[in-house]
Design a protein around this ligand. Structure first.
Ligand code: LLP
Length: 420
């Protein structure tokens, strides 16, 4: 459930009309609902609490905006980070260092040092060589890095290939068949305090079966590790829970997910950790756009909007669906292609879609844009960086400025040696 609803025939975020925001800030603009973020954080926490002692870290790659992180930190969520930049944001938003988990397949030495400096809670190591590097860095500093070993369980998450991470051919983690041996060697290193295992098999999972299959394999591994004399106190089950992007999507609710986790992990005797991103943020945000013009097409008209693939990349990258709705729907419908102004055919949000009738100057939204939306935006086609707004009841504020294309010109220079 979210807080983007029609009030007196006009779409609002909580109690604020999206027209008010668009008039003041311009379009395109992302708009987030605090109440929705909090609702999703609470629902996720309550769902997984069925499994006992849990720790929930928001995967901030989904939405690293400081105001969003601030809301979620106050709700008791830690942060799953994959770069020094994300770690800096988590700390700036008030996430306590010990609540930060550092994931990612390519942590640089510089990032390891920065994370040890900050005193983060846990590293999820993705390879034996990474663990050895981290140990050496920690030893040189007289520290011990608290870690888990990320395993690749080789299960098919049955999601889009580009966001599937748990098959043996994917770059993530160590093969589960090698995990026992690698764990043994890493546990012996002086700079590591290895306390368990981690996994994350993919994103936008609409069924629980692949997760359950993966967790079953991890349960066996935990027993094997203990039988080999290792202490296993933490298992990080990653993120991945899918959300409803279109009417036909039927995602599993956090409550159902938590019940499955409780059933599978009931006797593991560990602290469970989670890294949800999309399920917290996706439906807590929309991208507001204005229709530039409607151009006739051979089969369907093209609704050209002022948002583009540089603002919301998911349709171009993953053929992702985002519902398109008029801010002031008339009740009339039309079939159209919804496209952005960028000079690529991939800059298409919807083909032959049944949508609200819209005309030049009308405002519209793309729904479910709060996760992997603004954070994946770019300056492509020298367009501005899209701004972000947070709504809280009847209050709202700009939480990320629009960065105009002129600012990128100012950051560049033509060196003298080119002036010959
Ligand atoms: N943990 C790890 C280690 C991850 O790699 C990810 C996402 C998550 C947690 C959070 O997963 P979630 O709960 O959000 O499914 N840009 C793509 C999604 C990429 C996800 C990458 N990893 C998209 O727009 O669909």
């Amino acid at each position: 459930m979210d807080h983007f609803n029609l009030i007196d025939g006009e779409l609002h975020c909580e109690n604020v009309s999206l027209r008010t925001i668009a008039d003041a800030v311009g379009t395109p603009v992302y708009v987030y609902s605090r109440a929705t973020l909090e609702r999703h954080a609470d629902a996720f926490k309550a769902g997984v609490a069925q499994a006992g002692d849990v720790h929930v870290a928001f995967a901030i790659k989904a939405n690293p905006n400081l105001a969003v992180l601030n809301v979620l930190a106050k709700r008791g969520l830690g942060a799953d980070v994959v770069s020094e930049g994300e770690m800096v944001r988590a700390l700036a938003a008030g996430v306590p260092p010990e609540e930060i988990v550092f994931s990612g397949v390519g942590k640089s030495k510089r990032e390891m040092v920065a994370a040890l400096d900050a005193g983060i809670g846990q590293f999820n190591i993705e390879s034996e060589i990474e663990g050895a590097e981290l140990s050496a860095i920690a030893v040189a500093r007289g520290q011990k890095a608290v870690c888990t070993l990320r395993i690749n369980p080789d299960v098919d998450a049955r999601t889009h290939a580009k966001i599937s991470t748990g098959k043996s051919e994917n770059k993530f983690g160590v093969p589960i068949s090698d995990a026992l041996a690698i764990y043994g060697r890493l546990a012996a290193l002086p700079g590591l305090k290895l306390r368990g295992v981690a996994l994350h098999i993919g994103s936008q999972l609409l069924t629980l079966d692949p997760l359950e299959a993966a967790f079953d394999k991890v349960g066996v591994l935990v027993q094997e590790l203990r039988a080999a004399g290792h202490e296993v106190t933490h298992v990080d089950l990653g993120g991945g829970l899918g959300v409803k992007y279109k009417a036909a999507d039927d995602p599993r609710m956090p409550e159902e997910y938590g019940a499955m986790v409780a059933r599978i992990t009931g006797n593991w005797g560990v602290t469970l950790m989670f890294e949800p991103g999309r399920v917290i943020a996706a439906n807590a945000g929309v991208l507001v756009t204005e229709v530039i013009r409607v151009k006739p097409g051979v089969e369907n008209p093209f609704v050209i909007v002022d948002a583009a693939m540089n603002d919301l990349a998911r349709p171009a990258l993953y053929d992702a669906w985002h519902d398109f709705e008029a801010v002031q729907p008339s009740g009339e419908r039309m079939v159209a292609n919804v496209v952005g102004p960028v000079c690529e055919t991939g800059d298409t949000f919807a083909m032959a879609r049944d949508i609200d009738v819209v005309a030049a100057g009308d405002l519209a939204i793309f729904r479910s844009a709060g996760a992997y939306g603004a954070t994946m935006a770019s300056f492509y086609n020298s367009r501005a960086m899209v701004p972000e707004v947070m709504v809280d009841g009847d209050q709202w504020a700009i939480v990320a400025d629009r960065i105009p294309a002129a600012a990128t010109v100012a950051a560049e220079r033509v060196p003298d040696f080119l002036n010959d």
